[in-house]
Design a protein around this ligand. Structure first.
Ligand code: HEC
Length: 155
């Protein structure tokens, strides 16, 4: 009986330890997402330039230039299936960050700074970022299609 109680106590305490680790990891992931600046591009802004909190990470409202390829709105990276990346796995997100490759075979343009920054993330940090994004609530918000590049002014 004592042995059973002991086993039970061990079980409970180890599952509590597992539960305690999860929020810690999520906190680390949230911290990484914060310092890598994802929300700064991937969220709409209010009139004073502040992030619109209830639309955080659901797509930016400023198209960013990528040379001759055009101007790209930072897409919705919440877990919404239809307008976000809810159908992507954590590995899909890691791949996009580190090699620019999306599940549908596109290579992300330089408007998303993967070549200059995120390709150097180590696997653990990239996976932590992906895990965080997989934990974000879905927000339905479709960003507009890409725009053509701005033409150089004709003299
Ligand atoms: C400087 C602005 C900027 C920052 C910072 C940024 N992104 Fe992006 N991101 C973009 C743009 C613009 C695109 C679209 C590029 C394209 O379609 O060629 C994009 C595309 C993506 C995509 C592809 C989504 C899809 O539906 O195709 C993912 C995933 C993504 N970003 C995740 C992240 C994460 C995670 C971070 C933070 C680690 C981040 N981005 C930081 C601008 C940014």
């Amino acid at each position: 009986m004592i042995a059973v109680r002991l086993a039970l106590a061990l079980c409970v305490s180890s599952s509590q330890a597992a539960l305690a680790a999860a929020p810690d990891e999520l906190q680390k992931s949230a911290y990484l997402v914060k310092i890598t600046g994802c929300a700064g591009c991937h969220s709409p802004r209010g009139k004073d330039g502040e992030i619109v909190e209830n639309l955080r990470l659901s797509g930016g409202d400023r198209a960013l230039p990528a040379g001759d390829l055009g101007r790209f709105y930072p897409p919705n990276i919440t877990t919404d299936i239809e307008t976000g990346i809810g159908a992507w796995s954590a590995d899909d997100i890691v791949k996009a960050l580190k090699s620019g490759l999306t599940p549908d075979g596109r290579i992300l343009s330089s408007a998303m700074p993967w070549r200059t920054q995120y390709k150097d993330l180590d696997e653990t940090d990239a996976l932590a970022i992906a895990t965080y994004l997989k934990s974000v609530a879905p927000v339905q918000h479709q960003v507009p299609a890409a725009l053509p590049p701005l033409k150089a002014p004709t003299p």
